[in-house]
Design a binder for this molecule. Structure first.
Ligand SMILES: C[S@@+](CC[C@H](N)C(=O)[O-])C[C@H]1O[C@@H](n2cnc3c(N)ncnc32)[C@H](O)[C@@H]1O
Length: 265
């Protein structure tokens, strides 16, 4: 048992070596990461792009149960845009937003109904500005809050509240690994002597490993005096195989459907 607990600390020298010269700013780290991606999708370089139908099925059924159809859909922290394109099945207008210009350059394609833009989703006033432009919108977030610190989570929640207005609904899905970031990296195949290439790309760019995001974190970011949780539960986020031909990774996750408390509630 002690060996298992201590084994993760043996990763530290390898992680330090891999991240030598990497930026501390997470904005710059994500830009560097996306600029180095050569291939997206299930056979690509991006850990979380396994495109397993189970995730989208859960998303689609939750949206059908709770979200008002016909509203624009905003995908916050959209990365290479795969989820934004998938969301056109629910909304005829989808806007993907990411802080990385390289991610957005990769996302921007020709499919109708989807547009992309570069912005910091934690920036004060972003939600109000988008609401002025779009009116009430539904919002989708996958795998973003788990990489943000508490202050940024609060700032994103404020932007989401403004964007939802009176009728929008937020669907979020985040990894919820029960251990700390080192435990997470061990489960991602990181070893003191070697990091899998998918993980090495993230570490060498300076991207920090995610923190857990479960029911407590939902309550922390979306407190009950201002927010109503319509549905939440355990789920899985799927990761691309760590080695060619290997199994799809099944990463413990948590999903929630929330909205702001409405007038008269
Ligand atoms: C793990 S990726 C998830 C991407 C996408 N949601 C998906 O599921 O494929 C996290 C994304 O959040 C973006 N991101 C992180 N912090 C951000 C911020 N403050 N503003 C905008 N985007 C941010 C990163 O650039 C990255 O593309």
């Amino acid at each position: 048992m002690t060996v298992v607990v201590w084994r993760k600390y043996l990763l530290i020298p390898r992680l330090t070596l891999a991240s030598l010269g990497a930026p501390r700013s997470q904005t710059r780290a994500w830009e560097r990461y996306w600029a180095g991606v050569t291939r997206t999708g299930p056979d690509g370089d991006v850990l979380w792009e396994a495109d397993q139908p189970a995730e989208n099925d859960l998303l689609a059924s939750a949206l059908r149960r709770h979200a008002r159809p016909g509203l624009p859909m905003v995908d916050l922290g959209c990365g290479s845009g795969r989820q934004a394109y998938a969301l056109t099945g629910f909304a005829s207008r989808v806007i993907g937003i990411d802080g990385s210009a390289a991610a957005i350059a990769r996302a921007s394609g020709t499919a109708g109904g989807v547009t992309f833009r570069v912005a910091d989703i934690a920036a004060a006033g972003l939600g109000e500005r988008l609401h002025e432009e779009l009116g009430d919108a539904n919002v989708h977030i996958r795998g973003v809050l788990h990489v943000l610190d508490d202050a940024s989570r609060q700032a994103v929640a404020a932007n989401v509240a403004a964007l939802l207005g009176e009728t929008g609904t937020l669907y979020l899905s985040e990894t919820n690994h029960t251990g700390d970031p080192l435990d997470y990296l061990l489960d991602q195949g990181a070893r003191p002597t070697r990091l899998p290439p998918l993980v090495h790309r993230l570490i060498s760019a300076g991207v920090r490993a995610p923190r857990r995001f479960g029911p407590e974190e939902v309550a922390g970011a979306f407190p009950g005096d201002a927010w109503e949780v319509l549905e939440q539960g355990a789920a899985e986020v799927y990761g691309v195989p760590l080695a060619p031909g290997g199994p799809v990774q099944r990463i413990p996750a948590w999903y929630a459907v929330v909205r702001t408390r409405r007038r008269g509630q």
